[in-house]
Design a protein around this ligand. Structure first.
Ligand code: FES
Ligand code: FES
Length: 157
Protein backbone atom coordinates (compact mmCIF):
# COMPACT_ATOMS: atom_id res chain seq x y z
CA UNK A 1 0.00 0.00 0.00
CA UNK A 2 1.26 3.44 -0.93
CA UNK A 3 1.73 5.73 2.07
CA UNK A 4 2.72 9.36 1.60
CA UNK A 5 3.17 12.32 3.90
CA UNK A 6 1.86 15.42 2.17
CA UNK A 7 1.78 18.89 3.71
CA UNK A 8 2.21 17.39 7.19
CA UNK A 9 -0.58 14.81 6.80
CA UNK A 10 -0.22 11.05 6.39
CA UNK A 11 -2.16 9.76 3.41
CA UNK A 12 -2.86 6.11 2.55
CA UNK A 13 -3.59 5.23 -1.06
CA UNK A 14 -4.51 1.54 -1.27
CA UNK A 15 -5.71 1.85 -4.88
CA UNK A 16 -2.71 3.69 -6.29
CA UNK A 17 0.11 2.10 -8.24
CA UNK A 18 3.36 3.20 -6.52
CA UNK A 19 4.94 3.76 -9.94
CA UNK A 20 2.36 6.44 -10.81
CA UNK A 21 3.99 9.88 -11.07
CA UNK A 22 3.24 12.06 -8.06
CA UNK A 23 1.48 14.58 -10.29
CA UNK A 24 -1.35 12.14 -10.92
CA UNK A 25 -1.46 10.93 -7.32
CA UNK A 26 -1.96 14.54 -6.25
CA UNK A 27 -4.40 15.56 -8.95
CA UNK A 28 -6.42 12.40 -9.61
CA UNK A 29 -6.28 10.49 -6.34
CA UNK A 30 -6.25 13.39 -3.90
CA UNK A 31 -7.90 16.20 -5.90
CA UNK A 32 -5.01 18.52 -5.07
CA UNK A 33 -5.07 20.47 -8.30
CA UNK A 34 -2.67 23.30 -7.40
CA UNK A 35 0.13 21.20 -8.91
CA UNK A 36 -0.27 21.63 -12.66
CA UNK A 37 0.26 19.44 -15.68
CA UNK A 38 2.15 21.42 -18.30
CA UNK A 39 4.38 19.20 -20.41
CA UNK A 40 4.64 15.89 -18.56
CA UNK A 41 8.29 15.71 -19.60
CA UNK A 42 10.14 17.68 -16.92
CA UNK A 43 10.52 20.72 -19.18
CA UNK A 44 8.15 23.42 -17.93
CA UNK A 45 8.18 23.40 -14.11
CA UNK A 46 4.40 23.71 -13.75
CA UNK A 47 4.36 20.54 -11.63
CA UNK A 48 7.12 21.61 -9.20
CA UNK A 49 6.66 20.38 -5.62
CA UNK A 50 9.12 19.83 -2.75
CA UNK A 51 10.48 16.50 -1.56
CA UNK A 52 12.16 16.96 1.81
CA UNK A 53 12.32 20.68 1.04
CA UNK A 54 13.92 20.37 -2.40
CA UNK A 55 12.14 21.02 -5.71
CA UNK A 56 11.25 18.05 -7.89
CA UNK A 57 9.19 17.52 -11.02
CA UNK A 58 6.03 15.72 -9.94
CA UNK A 59 5.37 14.62 -13.53
CA UNK A 60 8.56 12.54 -13.58
CA UNK A 61 8.81 11.30 -9.99
CA UNK A 62 7.14 7.98 -9.17
CA UNK A 63 5.12 8.06 -5.95
CA UNK A 64 7.24 5.25 -4.50
CA UNK A 65 10.24 7.61 -4.45
CA UNK A 66 8.45 9.79 -1.89
CA UNK A 67 7.57 7.07 0.62
CA UNK A 68 9.06 7.86 4.04
CA UNK A 69 9.74 11.45 2.98
CA UNK A 70 7.99 14.78 3.34
CA UNK A 71 6.13 16.20 0.36
CA UNK A 72 5.05 19.82 0.15
CA UNK A 73 2.73 21.19 -2.50
CA UNK A 74 1.64 24.75 -3.23
CA UNK A 75 -1.42 24.12 -1.02
CA UNK A 76 0.82 23.50 2.01
CA UNK A 77 3.75 25.83 1.32
CA UNK A 78 4.27 27.88 4.48
CA UNK A 79 6.91 29.75 6.46
CA UNK A 80 8.44 33.21 6.38
CA UNK A 81 9.86 32.97 2.86
CA UNK A 82 6.58 31.74 1.38
CA UNK A 83 4.62 34.49 3.04
CA UNK A 84 7.07 37.20 1.88
CA UNK A 85 6.79 35.80 -1.64
CA UNK A 86 2.99 35.65 -1.56
CA UNK A 87 2.82 39.28 -0.45
CA UNK A 88 5.30 40.38 -3.13
CA UNK A 89 3.47 38.31 -5.78
CA UNK A 90 0.24 40.11 -4.87
CA UNK A 91 1.77 43.59 -4.71
CA UNK A 92 3.62 43.17 -8.01
CA UNK A 93 0.49 41.62 -9.59
CA UNK A 94 2.61 38.79 -10.96
CA UNK A 95 0.08 36.23 -12.24
CA UNK A 96 -1.61 36.61 -15.58
CA UNK A 97 -3.54 33.39 -16.37
CA UNK A 98 -2.00 31.86 -13.23
CA UNK A 99 -1.35 28.43 -14.68
CA UNK A 100 2.38 28.32 -14.01
CA UNK A 101 2.41 30.31 -10.80
CA UNK A 102 2.23 27.50 -8.25
CA UNK A 103 5.35 25.98 -9.75
CA UNK A 104 7.02 29.39 -9.91
CA UNK A 105 6.38 29.93 -6.20
CA UNK A 106 7.65 26.47 -5.25
CA UNK A 107 10.93 27.17 -7.08
CA UNK A 108 11.20 30.75 -5.78
CA UNK A 109 10.62 29.64 -2.17
CA UNK A 110 13.35 27.02 -2.34
CA UNK A 111 15.75 29.46 -3.97
CA UNK A 112 15.27 32.29 -1.44
CA UNK A 113 15.22 29.92 1.55
CA UNK A 114 18.51 28.34 0.56
CA UNK A 115 20.18 31.43 -1.01
CA UNK A 116 18.99 34.46 0.95
CA UNK A 117 21.71 36.72 -0.51
CA UNK A 118 21.48 35.45 -4.09
CA UNK A 119 22.35 37.81 -6.94
CA UNK A 120 19.88 38.54 -9.71
CA UNK A 121 21.91 36.30 -12.01
CA UNK A 122 21.70 33.38 -9.56
CA UNK A 123 18.00 34.03 -9.25
CA UNK A 124 17.56 33.80 -13.00
CA UNK A 125 19.48 30.53 -13.03
CA UNK A 126 17.33 29.08 -10.27
CA UNK A 127 14.10 30.07 -12.01
CA UNK A 128 15.14 29.14 -15.54
CA UNK A 129 13.37 25.77 -15.40
CA UNK A 130 9.98 27.39 -14.77
CA UNK A 131 8.34 28.56 -17.98
CA UNK A 132 5.50 31.06 -18.22
CA UNK A 133 3.62 31.25 -21.48
CA UNK A 134 2.15 34.61 -20.40
CA UNK A 135 5.65 36.06 -20.06
CA UNK A 136 5.41 37.27 -16.46
CA UNK A 137 9.18 36.99 -16.01
CA UNK A 138 9.89 40.66 -15.30
CA UNK A 139 7.18 40.74 -12.61
CA UNK A 140 8.53 37.49 -11.11
CA UNK A 141 11.97 39.16 -10.96
CA UNK A 142 10.54 42.22 -9.25
CA UNK A 143 8.56 40.15 -6.75
CA UNK A 144 11.53 37.99 -5.87
CA UNK A 145 13.65 41.08 -5.33
CA UNK A 146 10.94 42.61 -3.13
CA UNK A 147 10.61 39.43 -1.06
CA UNK A 148 14.37 39.10 -0.70
CA UNK A 149 14.67 42.72 0.52
CA UNK A 150 11.80 42.27 2.99
CA UNK A 151 13.29 39.05 4.37
CA UNK A 152 16.75 40.58 4.75
CA UNK A 153 15.30 43.63 6.50
CA UNK A 154 13.39 41.37 8.89
CA UNK A 155 16.58 39.45 9.59
CA UNK A 156 18.54 42.63 10.40
CA UNK A 157 15.89 44.32 12.55
S1 FES B 1 4.50 19.11 -16.21
FE1 FES B 1 6.26 18.54 -15.09
S2 FES B 1 7.82 19.76 -15.90
FE2 FES B 1 6.13 20.21 -17.16
S1 FES C 1 0.84 33.30 -15.74
FE1 FES C 1 0.04 32.29 -17.49
S2 FES C 1 1.47 30.72 -17.85
FE2 FES C 1 2.41 31.89 -16.32
Amino acid sequence: MLRLRINGEDRELPEADPQTPLLWILRDHLAMTGTRYGCGKGLCGACTIHLDGNPIRACLTPAAAAEGKELTTIEGLGGAVASALRQAWTEQRVPQCGFCQGGQLMSAEHHLRTNPQATEQAQHGAMSGNLCRCGTYTRIDAAMKQAQTALNQEENS
